[in-house]
Design a protein around this ligand. Structure first.
Ligand SMILES: Nc1ncnc2c1ncn2[C@@H]1O[C@H](COP(=O)(O)OP(=O)(O)O)[C@@H](O)[C@H]1O
Ligand SMILES: [Mg+2]
Length: 488
């Protein structure tokens, strides 16, 4: 339980970038294996301790009866331990290889579970089946190599052990025939061989199990050692009274995967209570601005401040608590509407939840559902429409009541009624608050106090709708004319 909780906590702490790069399927397979290994390890350890005590008692007793039998046996143990060392190392190595393949297979399966819609839309069920089958090729090879490493252990230990047992027996028979050993002593040695060696093999098999568990747990705990890149400061600040002024000063930012800057010498100033619309072509860097503001990534050059304080001086959790974000494609928990709306403030009362739902224009919809607030929304919220999901996300932000609001407008076609409701809901909650809107719709843009046009990571134009539309060669004018269909 402790291990699971520790790993879960660590996964929550890990950076946004870690989650972008992970494969959920592989990760779950890793965690499951680590959990299982924990149980086995506990069991194996118990048995190993018992066997070792057993062996020691046998060895010591025989030391008094016939010291040389114990002597030879000790030699045998040393010889075998050397052999075991190398064999088990190889065994762990093959186990690791096999685990890698196993994780890959899980990755494909989970990716398919997530993408079920795409698979169906393209009728690629057979293709996916073949893809998985192909992944099983290397999986199968790795499994054989792993299985064979066990046979290698069997052969290695068997050869050494059996040689010694047969040798001891032949020597015993010979000694009895020549009168150097009494029959009683011979029987005793046989007894020794049959108890000791089998116990010893038991020990080796248990060690082998431990080796397997070791490599499983190793991967599991490696999660705990994953570095957190975006760190909290040693002595974090908090603001006495949050005004919600935001500045970007000469900010440069490159995503690790890219060799171009997503933001170049980016400057932005947002005053208290102002609403600012970010406008620009797809890929211009609008969403990046928001991610940097929430410190999902750290910038390479420049400074981002809130109320004049560098955002790196705040704890991440504090910084993010200042914002309410309505994402472009909100994702919901596979839980009830109530759970999802109250997510920003789980202690909210029924009345508050209903009030927020009303303000977000989603209450009418909820009310006519047979199960109302207790309706489950499906994985990621798939049972709701895009517009409904966004309004749930707005209700969630209303309950949180943050100082600064960020709204990434949906690019997908919403019907005009949904669009109108979302807009109404949104402007209602942003009243008197600092607001950043990544805007795609004209109605949203016109309402904003200031429009900032971004192109290739730079601010190229700034001003009110009127100012920008009247500039002859502005990109804004171009975008506007295209949207209104006046030119194409
Ligand atoms: N996590 C990421 N890793 C690498 N590149 C990214 C990542 N997110 C966005 N980008 C790139 O950064 C640029 C800006 O993206 P974004 O800010 O999402 O644009 P938009 O203005 O459409 O919101 C794009 O070229 C995009 O491909
Ligand atoms: Mg975007």
């Amino acid at each position: 339980m402790d291990a699971r909780l520790a790993v879960f906590k660590k996964l929550q702490e890990l950076d946004f970038a870690y989650h972008l790069n992970k494969s959920s399927g592989s990760l779950i397979s890793k965690i499951k294996r680590g959990d299982g290994a924990f149980f086995n390890l506990f069991h194996s350890l118990n048995i190993i301790v018992r066997i070792i005590i057993n062996l020691i008692i046998i060895l010591v007793s025989f030391w008094f009866l016939a010291w040389w039998v114990s002597g030879i046996t000790l030699l045998f143990i040393v010889l075998n331990l050397i052999l075991i060392y190398f064999l088990i190392r190889y065994n762990i190595f093959t186990r690791r290889q096999f685990n890698k393949m196993e994780d890959e297979v899980s990755g494909i399966i989970v990716d398919n579970l997530i993408n079920y819609e795409t698979v169906k839309l393209f009728a690629q069920e057979d293709y996916e089946y073949q893809r998985l089958k192909k992944a099983f090729d290397s999986w199968f090879q790795a499994l054989w190599r792993y299985a064979n490493s066990f046979r290698l252990i069997d052969i290695g230990l068997g050869t050494v052990g059996n040689t010694l047992m047969v040798g001891l027996s032949i020597w015993g028979v010979n000694s009895v025939l020549h009168g150097q050993l009494s029959t009683g002593e011979f029987i005793m040695i046989l007894g020794f061989i049959s108890t000791f060696y089998w116990r010893f093999f038991d020990l080796v098999y248990k060690l082998r199990d431990m080796a397997r568990n070791y490599s499983d747990i190793e991967k599991y705990f490696a999660i705990l050692r994953e570095p957190v890149v975006i760190k909290d400061p040693p002595r974090p600040l908090t603001l006495k009274r949050v005004k919600g002024e935001i500045t970007f000063r000469k900010v440069w930012f490159v995503y690790e995967e890219n060799n171009y800057s997503a933001l170049r010498n980016f400057n932005l100033e947002i005053r208290q209570g102002q609403s600012v619309a970010l406008v620009g072509r797809s890929g211009a860097g609008k969403t990046t601005v928001v991610k940097l503001l929430l410190r999902f990534f750290d910038i390479q050059k420049g400074k981002i401040t809130i109320d004049g304080v560098d955002i790196r001086r705040f704890k991440k959790s504090y910084l993010r608590s200042l914002f309410g974000v309505v994402p472009q494609e909100p994702i919901l928990f596979n839980n009830t509407l109530r759970f999802n709306i109250a997510y920003g403030r789980p202690e909210a009362t029924e009345r508050e939840i209903i009030a927020a739902a009303k303000m977000a224009y989603i209450w009418d919809f909820i009310q006519q559902l047979p199960q109302g607030l207790e309706t489950k929304v499906g994985e990621r919220g798939v049972k709701l429409s895009g517009g409904q999901r966004q309004r749930i996300a707005i209700a969630r932000v209303i309950l949180k009541n943050p100082k600064i609001i960020i709204f990434d407008e949906a690019t997908s076609q919403l019907d005009s009624e949904s669009e109108e409701l979302i807009q109404k809901a949104f402007w209602q909650i942003s009243y008197n608050k600092t607001t950043i809107v990544i805007a795609h719709r004209l109605s949203t843009i016109i309402k904003a106090d200031k429009i900032v046009v971004i192109d290739k990571g730079r601010v190229i134009e700034e001003g009110s709708h009127k100012e920008l539309i009247n500039k002859e060669k502005s990109l804004y004018r171009q975008l506007w004319l295209k949207q209104t269909g006046l030119v194409n």
